[in-house]
Design a protein. Structure first.
Length: 134
């Protein structure tokens, strides 16, 4: 029997009001990023994660400092609407923690993007659709 490949995993995270969210963790359990939105069902969550994985190359990431003066990042999908206010982008993912230095925050973005890449490749390799746990 072939050994299972270990790598980053997408996890379902319970949220308030019986909603669900997601978190991306490295193989060693270190948090790579978390989803910003919450979802009412696993199907809704799976569809959002599927879009994130498909569109990962188009993600726009930005860094900034939190009120506690720690560096944090946010990731945005491209806006696909012409309706008024659509340009007010809401992030789809953010750093799971704050960083002391900007270069550490940038490395956190790179780890998150590499984790998404790995999950996407594993899904293609296995022929599976987005299902939990990944």
């Amino acid at each position: 029997m072939a050994a299972e490949r270990r790598g980053p995993r997408l996890l379902i995270v319970p949220a308030a009001d019986r909603c669900l969210g997601w978190a991306l963790r490295a193989a060693n359990g270190r948090p790579l990023g978390v989803g910003v939105r919450t979802y009412r069902s696993e199907d809704e969550l799976a569809e959002a994660v599927r879009e994130l994985i498909i569109e990962r190359a188009a993600l726009r990431c930005s860094t900034g400092q939190s009120e506690g003066r720690q560096w944090v990042w946010s990731a945005y999908l491209p806006v696909r609407s012409t309706r008024p206010g659509a340009a007010d982008a809401v992030p789809v993912a953010r750093s799971a923690r704050g960083y002391l230095r900007r270069d550490q925050c940038q490395a956190g973005i790179e780890g998150f993007l590499a984790g998404l890449q790995w999950v996407g490749q594993e899904l293609r390799r296995s022929g599976r659709d987005v299902r939990w746990p990944l």
